[in-house]
Design a protein around this ligand. Sequence first.
Ligand code: NAI
Length: 509
Amino acid sequence: MSNSSDISKLTIGVVGAGTMGRGIVQLFAQAGHRVYCFDAQPGASAKAVDYVASMIGRGVEKGRITAEQFGEIQGRMQACDVMSQLRGCDVVVEAIVEDLEVKRKLFQELEAVVGDNAILASNTSSLTVADIAAACARPQQVAGLHFFNPVPLMKVAEVIAAVRTSPQTVETLKGITQGAGHRAVVTADQPGFLINHAGRGLYTEGLRIVEEQIASPSDVDDVLREAMGFRMGPFELLDLTGLDVSSKVMASIYEQFQQEPRFRPSSLVAPRVAAGLFGRKSGEGWYRYDADGKKVTPQSRVKTTFPAGLAVWIDPHASCAAVLRDLAVTAGARVVADGREADLAIMQPWGHDATASALLVGLDPARCVAVDPMTPLEVRRTVMLTATTTPEARDAAVALFCSDGVPVTLVNDSAGFIAQRVMATIVNIACNIAQRGIASVADLEDAVQLGLGYPRGPLAWGDQIGASRILTILRAQQEATGDPRYRPSPWLVRRADLGLPLVTPDAAR
Ligand code: NAI
């Protein structure tokens, strides 16, 4: 490294002047580094530097930077026609095509060009960094530096420590990333690294719920977005990314984890990819899109009126028993104390399905429904039918639950509602990331919020719901399905058993 004591002003090379390369050039040039950009396509690097300059120039128009600062940043960026121009670089970040052989060849060529102390980093999102490093003479100076699109706005990057990466290499990459205003999270060289790994649960469990005919894609999205605070539901996200792209990521992470059942892709996906239902880009995915790209909203269910005087029983153990009682009284119900006298019985189980809950309290499942205690009742209500709930009881329940204007999602019998199942899966995967030391707890929590836009870190979210409740949901799912994907992480089991929080200080692990 030319100036190892001061990493605030390095010479950084960026190879690959596409979507990601441009963002990386902009980030480091704005942070005060000298940046050299190279691309195999003649003229591509010059075009990229012009593009970046025009993006930064907007900051002058908006008064965010002065014309003088703009000139300085512009002066720090240089387009290269030949790779040998990268010879003085302290760090080179590669953002070329996602192909192992092409990347390995490039890294070998780069090693021959740069100085002995230079660091080579790959922006790969799916390859094993050690596979790239294995082609190099100095693997200790090779790491991953995984940014997200758009780079200047997605304020997080993963520093991937491959098995032979030196701590100093990790520290330098962390330093330049944090110096550029991004949160650098350190992760092991494991499939999906940290963020794509932690993000699996939303998709796998969302798909599983639809596969089991528990709810429709739009029901799943509505509940998770409105009641749990996700920016988008899994099906909206899949439509945005494109199922052709996402299906490959799902399959690759599953295979790289030696067919770990937690990441098993859904059989719903392949036929939809074959049919070209990719999402927004093909005009139809889980949703249909009109000519302007606007989502065609699915038809909402026909509203029914609540039959006044209907006998309603509310499980006294329900988390929101008082709220439910008020709602029933206001809707004109006759609230009864004995469930056997009720036309409609309402429960709020954690983990158990509606049928099991009815049988547990000795009631006829035909007159029972359950409502999710996890989602705030004032935002959206998820109402679960038993296997035999009558159409009369179902219509009365829907009429009751939307009588004050709050939207209702009707789901079929399932151990855990939409939100319970998805949240338990997300928390369980995060617990396993912590258990395996793929990242520190602090990095995991920040990475998920910054990289996936979740309103909370997954372990803190688990603490808010309650570790023992998460465990109950997983065990109920495991018992109901026999599927090992629901087996709880040891991290979760121990902490739930001991009554300890899931967010454990890293020093205390
Ligand atoms: P891109 O297709 O927009 O750009 C790739 C650029 O690399 C092109 O300009 C191409 O001419 C150049 N290139 C290809 N082979 C080269 C070689 N041997 N030497 C020099 N230049 C070469 O690709 P994009 O989307 O920027 O992705 C780049 C890398 O970043 C990939 O590894 C990808 O997996 C990863 N990535 C992409 C993200 C995204 O959202 N696009 C997000 C995170 C990582």
